[in-house]
Design a binder for this molecule. Sequence first.
Ligand SMILES: [Fe+2]
Length: 294
Amino acid sequence: MKNNSSPFNRRHFLGMAAGAAVISHRAATGNPPAGTHQESFSFAVIADPHCAEGPRAGLEGYGDGADKLLRCFENMETLPAGERPDFALLAGDIHPAALAPHLDKIKTPLHAVAGNHEGAPESRGLLRSLFPEDFGSGADQRDYFRFIHKGVHFIGLCDAGMGGEHVGQFSSELITPPGQCDWLEAEMAIPGTRKVIFAHIPPALDGGDRNMYMARNDSRWFTDLVRKTAPEMLFFGHLHRATEEYKIGASRSVNLRSCCWNFQEAPIGFMLVRVTAHGMEVQEMITGEYRPKQ
Ligand SMILES: [Fe+2]
């Protein structure tokens, strides 16, 4: 639902291609319980930056993958101070070796999860080393984690296993430590907290055996857990399509467009989320559009 009365919903076209859209709406359901105290804040979600990729046909003017990721943060810097995100979630397919040289330019704190492009021990290890606060170090290294910001639990999951497999899974010899499903069930059982889940590969809502989604049994277990425990929002990447929002039980779930390239020439961009005592309001920020074909 459009809500243009909020200053958060003003259109922000700074640094964007002409004609780019900002898409925003407020949740009709999934809001926190009445009377919940919540200090308002914003966070960003960025999917599939593919930092190591060169300029893409139709998007040459925006540079390479790293340039297009940095463009997201430049866009955030232009927002009024009260609307700037406190941090950004990176929902996988990051290419950590190509991100590392640019990290000092990014002032927004980052929380990353692995994608299938971090499906080898070298790239997974480098990703972990770039974000030790979330991934830990030494014997305490983990590919899934929770951090708490202003009382909201943010749960980063790893559903990208060994070898760059496009089908998602919660168990793999590359995902450490074993036991992610048990851990998530325990996290979701914590009562009285607002929860946000983010991961790379989305669930197959029909529980089918389909490429580009979590595997059949992972999808069935995961969507069942979400229906039972009702996290407030979920975010996924991986599909490289225009953003879509849908429901899993009472929870709002988003498959987010890439900030690097998308199928069907869908514009590139990221998402801002405003958290208040009344719910979570999302706003897509379009950072580039494909050049029209001659
Ligand atoms: Fe992916």
